[in-house]
Design a protein around this ligand. Structure first.
Ligand code: TYM
Length: 329
């Protein structure tokens, strides 16, 4: 079986964007691949975290993966920080990555602008650690949202550079970006991506929002002064809602347009809200239940940490040998 690898940062509350852009596709691709998913806690350190909350959030993310339908007994779901190979490979790969390449990363530019008081070296080398995550497991495919595409490209460049010097060490990974839902926009400003760090609470649907909150946020979603539900460039707000609805229901854009032909924005927004709320309800229930079962989650975490460690060590030893580091006696 081919290997699928992906992960999310354990920062903030996950949004509908994280779900439709990534998590939902992970579940769909689950059967086809040997799947490995990381709770990317090392990446989260690029932004200051409150230690207690951070630890809780990382566990919550683990539970959320499982609640969304990933099976920790079949897939490997583990904590990035529990496998030291990530940091070790990241160092080696950073010696094969140019400052100029990292300087071109749009996410770094965006984050540096947002956290001007803390532009740390980790934020700059973030994509190298991400490359290490992916390459350590020899991933064939990496399902991500559109905003991570550039990071996947640099991963491929680093891997190809390394392979051209040392032979076929790394599998060159392909991105998997869904046709709908790869870029969910803010409900308050449809030219901006929906993000967990948005200050405006009405801009994002959080995966743990209750049904009333979800419906209220959709009702308040910024659209335009028109009234027809059609997918068109002049209507970025409506396009976003159509994308969300179509991703949730599996209907095509045309089918959605037809369904709401002759109906107004109000009806449409309510339908989107209801569809999202009922999609999230089972996930929320399962999540609450999982967080209560400490023993089960702990045993899954322990087993999978070991599994991940095994895969990672294999690649790491190979890389160390190739670059000429002295082998252990
Ligand atoms: P993170 O935690 O920012 O986002 C997790 C996933 O959610 C997707 N996403 C979105 N998709 C659609 N619309 C949105 N508005 C939206 N917002 C976020 C992201 O594209 C991502 O797929 N660097 C990664 C974490 C990571 C990783 C990896 C991923 C670290 N190492 C190795 C894959 C492989 C990130 O920032 O995710």
């Amino acid at each position: 079986k081919k290997v699928l690898y992906s992960g999310m940062q354990a920062t903030g509350n996950l949004t509908l964007g994280n779900y439709l852009g990534a998590l939902k596709n992970w579940v769909t691709l689950n059967e086809e691949y040997e799947c490995i998913y990381g709770v990317m806690d090392l990446h989260s350190l690029t932004v200051r975290q409150n230690p207690t909350e951070f630890r809780q959030r990382a566990r919550a993310l683990y539970a959320l993966y499982v609640a969304a339908g990933l099976d920790p007994e079949k897939n490997c779901i583990y904590y990035q920080s529990h496998v030291s190979g990530h940091a070790e490979l990241s160092w080696i790969l950073s010696c094969f990555t140019y400052m100029g390449e990292l300087n071109r990363m749009t996410q770094f530019k965006d984050k540096a602008a947002k956290h001007a008081d803390n532009i740390n070296a980790g934020l700059f080398t973030y994509p190298v650690l991400m490359a290490a995550d992916i390459l350590l497991y020899q991933a064939d495919v990496v399902p991500i949202g559109a905003d991570q595409k550039q990071h996947l490209e640099i991963t491929r460049d680093i891997a190809e550079r390394f392979n051209s010097i040392y032979g076929d060490v790394f599998t060159i990974p392909e991105p998997y970006i869904g046709k709908v839902g790869a870029k969910i926009m803010s409900l308050q400003d449809p030219t901006k991506k929906m993000s967990k760090s948005d200050e405006n609470p009405n801009a994002s649907i959080l995966l743990m929002d209750d049904p009333d909150t979800i419906i209220r946020k959709f009702k308040r979603a910024v659209t335009d002064s028109g009234c027809e539900v059609v997918y068109s460039e002049e209507k970025p707000g409506i396009c976003n809602l159509i994308d969300i609805y179509s991703s949730v229901t599996g209907k095509t854009r045309e089918e959605v347009e037809r369904e709401f032909d002759g109906k107004g924005y109000g009806d449409f927004k309510l339908a989107v809200g209801e569809a999202v709320a009922s999609m999230l309800k089972p996930l929320q229930d399962k999540y609450q239940q999982l967080l209560k079962d400490k023993k089960y989650l702990d045993s899954m975490i322990k087993m999978n940490d070991e599994k991940a460690q095994y895969y990672a060590t294999k690649t790491l030893r190979k890389v160390q040998k190739k670059v000429g580091l002295t082998e252990r006696i």
